[in-house]
Design a protein around this ligand. Structure first.
Ligand code: SF4
Length: 506
């Protein structure tokens, strides 16, 4: 079958849609994949709201549909793309009423009712099995009404099928591969064939970092995360956390090395890389990775899994960066976020282990949370001053995504309007308050300076100095870096200097 799949994700990523398109292609279908990133360049300086797809972007997408004449049009979306997906779907329906439209991804999985209003078919949960069955039924002219995981609309009648059991054999799903001839991207205002040079322009750091998944699912249930809702959706559908074999992971990494000679860092995007696997898995994996791949890698995990033994094995394998969640104060983590395995002491201990092994820790922190008080933010700042440098920080503004536990709590307590609505606002832009600014600059200034700012909070002079620092750092320096990004050699030289300064272990 001739299928066209599109994604509105801000950047081109091998995970998600590309995995599905590779799977469908490997099963005998002609699949075109189009990336319609909603203007990644504007992301550099941040936009407060989620941008809705423009008429021009819709027109370029319609031209591609006219050219490819697919038998099925699919779109993957998250909450942030909902309004764009609605707008695009209406236009596709108007122009090509004969093509069935299927929506999949996180948002349709959790909120199928509001998606089936626009799409003909909603695919809930992991899409490979259901989509393959859908394609076969359509090809054979059979009814699609009773396919597991699908909601199907036929005029006013909606059939809501149960979610299929989760695929337990992850290796059977293969791994995502680029198919340059059949991959498209809306770049520079035009829908065009994706090639390696455009790919490098569209992804961060010119494609030096490549994302790979070794497991699916997360064992935890943080209240603000869609994974907490997935535990409900997949209840009784089999084990949620499922890993790939070492052979399958290495096969993908060998493909990546061969196809993308500019990749320097493998970024394992698993929610919790150190999740419990078979006895001896980690040691075996690290040894083989070192021998066959040999690239620096990054991974994520909770402080609970960071131990001397684990980190020393990972370091020998090539671990360079470890992303770890602080998120909130102990009270907020325990009472609001359901992060019972995380505590300030564990975070500080995990940071000590990572520092000892010279692994750069990247801490995630949630700001602008109406459930948190200034005392909670001060505790987070205090934790950061106890962590040895160098480390990195990623701040997120609390965003109430629908169908999460925290959104329900916020609505019940009348706090929803004080947070960001996931449909319309970005999660990455924290408010520029005095305390938020201190969190963001904690990795850049000595601990005693941060403590001095904390001590003098509320004083005008302290605020003026902090605002000036923030302005210079986030406006002037970022803009200069953006301007010189047109001169790659100069940029790379400056980055080397900055890197060598920021990784002097203190
Ligand atoms: S550990 Fe991370 S991925 Fe897992 S539920 Fe919590 S926030 Fe979500």
């Amino acid at each position: 079958m001739n299928i066209l799949l599109i994604t509105l994700l801000e950047e081109i990523n091998p995970l998600g849609l590309l995995h599905l398109s590779t799977f469908l292609k490997d099963n005998g279908n002609q699949v075109t994949t189009a990336f319609v990133p909603l203007n990644p360049k504007e992301e550099l300086f941040g936009i407060e709201g989620n941008r809705v797809i423009s008429d021009h972007e819709i027109s370029e997408t319609l031209d591609l549909i006219a050219e490819k004449k697919p038998d099925l049009f699919g779109m993957t979306l998250m909450t942030t793309h909902y309004y764009s997906a609605v707008k695009l779907t209406k236009k596709v329906k108007e122009t090509f009423p004969e093509i069935p439209i299927v929506w999949g991804g996180v948002h349709p999985t959790l909120l199928p009712e509001e998606c089936i209003e626009y799409a003909d078919i909603v695919c809930r949960g992991e899409g490979e099995g259901a989509m393959l069955e859908l394609v076969k039924h359509l090809e054979n002219g059979e009814s699609i009404e009773n396919i597991g995981s699908l909601w199907v609309r036929d005029k006013d009648k909606i059939t809501r099928n149960e979610i299929k059991p989760l695929t337990q054999d992850m290796d059977s799903l293969g791994f995502p591969r680029f198919d340059w001839e059949n991959n498209y991207v809306l770049y520079d205002g035009k829908m065009q064939n994706l090639n390696k040079s455009i790919y490098q322009q569209c992804v961060p750091r010119k494609g030096r970092i490549y994302d790979v998944l070794t497991i699916r699912g997360c064992p935890y249930r943080c209240s603000y995360c869609s994974n907490s809702s997935f535990h409900q959706v997949y209840k009784g559908k089999g084990k949620i956390v499922r890993g790939r074999s070492i052979e399958s992971i290495l096969e993908e990494l060998e493909y990546v090395k061969k196809e993308f000679d500019f990749v320097g860092i493998i970024n394992f995007q698993d929610d919790v890389f150190l999740v419990k696997r078979d006895e001896g898995w980690l040691e075996n994996f690290c040894n083989q990775y070192k021998e066959k791949i040999g690239l620096t890698f990054a991974c994520k995990g909770s402080p609970r899994e960071v131990s001397e033994e684990n980190i020393s094995l990972l370091k020998k394998g090539g671990l360079g960066y470890f992303q770890i969640g602080i998120q909130g104060s102990d009270r907020v983590n325990r009472e609001i976020y359901n992060r019972t395995t995380s505590s300030r002491n564990k975070i500080i201990e995990a940071s000590r282990v990572l520092h000892k092994h010279k692994v750069v820790a990247n801490f995630d922190v949630i700001l602008d949370d109406p459930f948190a008080t200034d005392e909670d933010t001060l505790e987070v700042i205090d934790t950061l001053t106890k962590i040895k440098k160098p480390f990195l920080i990623s701040c997120f503004s609390m965003t109430f995504f629908p169908a999460t536990v925290i959104t329900k709590m916020a609505k019940e307590r009348g706090l929803f309007s004080k947070g960001k609505d996931g449909y319309i606002l970005k999660a990455t832009q924290a408010k520029r308050t005095y305390l938020n600014n201190l969190v963001e600059i904690a990795p850049r200034l000595p601990a005693f300076v941060i403590r001095t700012f904390v001590k003098h909070r509320g004083e005008k002079l302290a605020k003026v100095i902090l605002d000036a620092y923030i302005y210079i750092h986030f406006n002037i320096i970022f803009k200069i870096m953006y301007s010189i990004s047109k001169y790659p050699r100069l940029l790379s030289f400056l980055k080397k200097i900055r890197y060598s300064l920021s990784t002097s272990w203190r």
